[in-house]
Design a protein around this ligand. Structure first.
Ligand code: GLN
Length: 256
């Protein structure tokens, strides 16, 4: 059986606040289990075909970088990503990447960038930036767990009715700072505002992505992953979650 094919989109342009750590986490957690995984970095001008990918990571970036990649993304990658996800591939997107996978993202300057339309979400600029640590509660896969991360965005994202949010914000703004939702989930694809890196401190989410990617690679409906010794990761999660709770509400929301 071939290796899991992990694609990192625009690592040279869309990668902020430790986003690359998500890719490292996915690689390591596969390797620690002896699951072969190969990384392909895909940027401007590179072709992407749905048949060549099991797992996709798309990180964040500021409006400038989003404007630079948006044409290339729509023309050369968006369709393949939709097809891959519809066919069972897994995906994690953070902040700027999440916004570009929606139907549209409007920059602070009022420029509307059409998105790939994978997620039925629309993002528009808000009156201020949301900056700070975030604590989210999620019932993903029927189990209540928390996610910790860091957000820094001016865009506000609104989900179409019926689209599943990733979770509820306990501390922080999440999608828009209004409706208490954070991120979204569509099949094996996840959109989130959480940088951090997200996956090292929330290893179960990394395993959900790996599990879906491996099932896709093997052409099986479900696979199970061997558990890892996550005592250190769980301790990191608990201590960060406790710190965010203790600071609760004191999340900075800076003016422009
Ligand atoms: N430019 C976007 C915003 O401010 C995304 C920022 C990011 O990816 N951190 O909303």
């Amino acid at each position: 059986m071939g290796a899991i094919r992990l694609v990192h989109l625009y690592p040279d342009l869309m990668s902020v606040y430790g986003d690359r750590g998500n890719v490292l986490t996915l690689m390591r957690r596969a390797e620690w289990r002896g699951i072969p995984i190969e990384l392909r970095e895909v940027s401007l001008g590179d072709e992407l075909s749905a048949a060549d990918v099991d797992l996709i990571f798309f990180g964040g970036g500021q409006d400038r970088e989003q404007t630079v990649v948006s044409g290339d993304f729509l023309q050369q990658k968006g369709g393949a990503i939709r097809e891959a996800v519809e066919g069972g591939a897994a995906l994690l997107s953070v902040c700027g990447g999440y916004q570009l996978l929606g139907t549209s993202y409007t920059t602070v300057d009022g420029r509307e960038l059409p998105g790939a339309g994978l997620f039925e979400v629309r993002s528009v600029p808000g009156p201020r930036r949301h900056i700070g640590n975030v604590l989210v509660e999620t019932d993903l896969d029927g189990q209540t767990r928390t996610l910790v991360g860091f957000e820094n965005h001016s865009g506000r994202t609104y989900l179409a009715p019926g689209l599943q949010p990733l979770g509820r914000t306990i501390v922080g703004a999440g999608n828009n700072g209004e409706d208490g939702t954070e991120g979204c989930v569509y099949l094996g694809a996840i959109g989130s505002y959480l940088h951090g890196s997200l996956l090292p401190k929330n290893p179960w989410l990394a395993d959900r992505l790996l599990r879906d990617a491996l099932a896709h690679r093997r052409g099986e409906a479900r696979v199970s992953l061997e558990p890892l010794d996550d005592r250190l990761e769980d301790e990191a999660h608990r201590s960060v979650a406790a710190r965010i709770r203790a600071a609760g509400g004191r999340v900075k929301s800076g003016a422009w």
